[in-house]
Design a protein. Structure first.
Length: 416
């Protein structure tokens, strides 16, 4: 008896558990946009449905394109909405003939489910989907194989605001998408499967704010693909880090990729006296500055990358001061700063920062983290490792009063 049960568990793991882990949770070889281009893909699942016309109207008003992963069975009841999607320049992808988990299909029945869905959508809309997202992202052994055989691009997501959950408001949906937005991101929302009024209300502000971050909403077919699996894994980590520590992106007033990001932490180092005379004590509120890694990638595309990064930070400090002054979240901070390898000698002090040596475990852990980060995002990749081994992490600090007095009142940072 135990042998039979063991065999059943083994078959279940082979046909369902392991494939879903690899192709769903790890998203192995699924579509992902590159961090090098200013694009973001907005996608909608589970439709069409009663709220789909409202979403199409918002997209039309904002002159934005999206990808709709359609349930073919539902499409038969709303053929006019598929025609409207095509007319408006949106892309139609397949979400399955039924909205049914791949856990509930025998491996040999997957082909019929996907093929029937493709044929149904093509008969209604006159276009055949080239992108496929299984319901809930669930995979079994045959999902990837059949998708490959039928020439379908498997598409999952990098940002999921869970707009389908009860209690989600337009504000929380908007916050979750905008906070995690980055070049190459794929956002999954829903246009059916329940009341989607909150999604409708959030969509317009989302489009406006991601554009303010320098990102252009495109369809999946227009999204330039990321080829590096290492960057894919790092993106997975960055999204979870951003969500866990509630990191905010500072929009650039000059357009393009944002250079700075900001988090709220309690100052973790020993007490420090800044050049202004301000004493920063452990436990006081601090705005922790992070580099926007897509911007770092662009800035490092030449040998003058360090200098370009320095000037980008200079231009971005006005944006930082404006953001801090308007945000309730950061009203209690007494200092801003962060650890960096971009040690620009006396130029750092000219910006208003104090440079504090970093030692101990924190120094080596941050050094290792920053080395990996630079190797991934620097234009020359791992070939830069030898040069970065000579750099040392430093903690840069600027008290809030200095930030405001130097950068808040002018459209351009004042030269020291």
């Amino acid at each position: 008896m135990w042998g039979v049960l063991g065999g059943i568990v083994l078959l279940w793991a082979i046909f369902y558990l392991v494939p879903d882990l690899i192709w769903h949770h790890l998203q192995w070889k699924a579509m992902l946009g590159t961090r090098d281009h200013h694009q973001i893909a907005l996608t909608f699942d589970d439709g069409p449905g009663p709220d789909t016309p409202k979403i199409l109207e918002v997209l039309r008003t904002h002159n934005a394109h999206a990808t709709f992963f359609v349930v073919a069975e539902r499409a038969r009841h709303y053929p006019e909405l598929l025609h409207e999607m095509v007319r408006d320049g949106h892309e139609i992808g397949l979400h399955g003939y039924q909205h049914r988990s791949m856990y509930l299909f025998w491996p040999w029945s997957v082909y019929r489910e996907i093929q029937y869905g493709l044929d149904t959508i093509e008969a209604i809309a006159g276009v055949r989907p080239v992108s496929y997202r299984p319901p809930w992202g669930h995979h079994n052994l045959m999902t990837w194989i059949i998708a490959q055989r039928l020439g379908l691009r498997r598409v999952l997501w990098t940002i999921a605001p869970d707009d389908w959950k009860a209690g989600k408001t337009a504000q929380t949906i908007e916050h979750d998408v905008v906070q995690l937005a980055h070049p190459g991101a794929i956002v999954v929302m829903h246009d059916a499967g329940g009341n989607r009024e909150a999604t409708v209300q959030a969509l317009g502000p989302i489009i406006d704010k991601v554009r303010n971050l320098g990102l252009n909403p495109v369809t999946i077919s227009e999204l330039d693909r990321e080829k590096s699996e290492l960057r894919r894994w790092w993106t997975w980590w960055e999204i979870r880090f951003t969500r866990q520590w509630d990191i905010d992106t500072i929009p650039s007033s000059l357009g393009g990729d944002p250079v700075l990001r900001l988090g709220l932490i309690k100052y973790p180092f020993k007490p420090t006296v800044l050049s202004t005379g301000r004493i920063i004590s452990r436990g006081q509120w601090m705005g922790e500055i992070h580099f926007g890694n897509p911007a770092l990638s662009q800035l490092s595309s030449s040998r003058a990358g360090g200098l370009r990064a320095f000037h980008a930070v200079l231009r971005s400090l006005t944006d930082l001061a404006n953001f801090v002054s308007k945000s309730e979240k950061y009203q209690d901070i007494v200092v801003v700063g962060g650890i960096t390898l971009l040690d620009a000698s006396s130029a750092i002090e000219k910006l208003g920062f104090d440079r504090i040596p970093v030692s101990g475990t924190r120094k080596w852990s941050m050094w290792f983290y920053l080395i990996i980060l630079m190797a991934i995002y620097h234009a020359d990749g791992w070939s830069t490792l030898k040069r970065f081994l000579r750099l040392k992490p430093v903690l840069l600090l600027m008290d809030r009063d200095t930030l405001m007095s130097r950068y808040l009142r002018s459209s351009n940072p004042r030269r020291a």
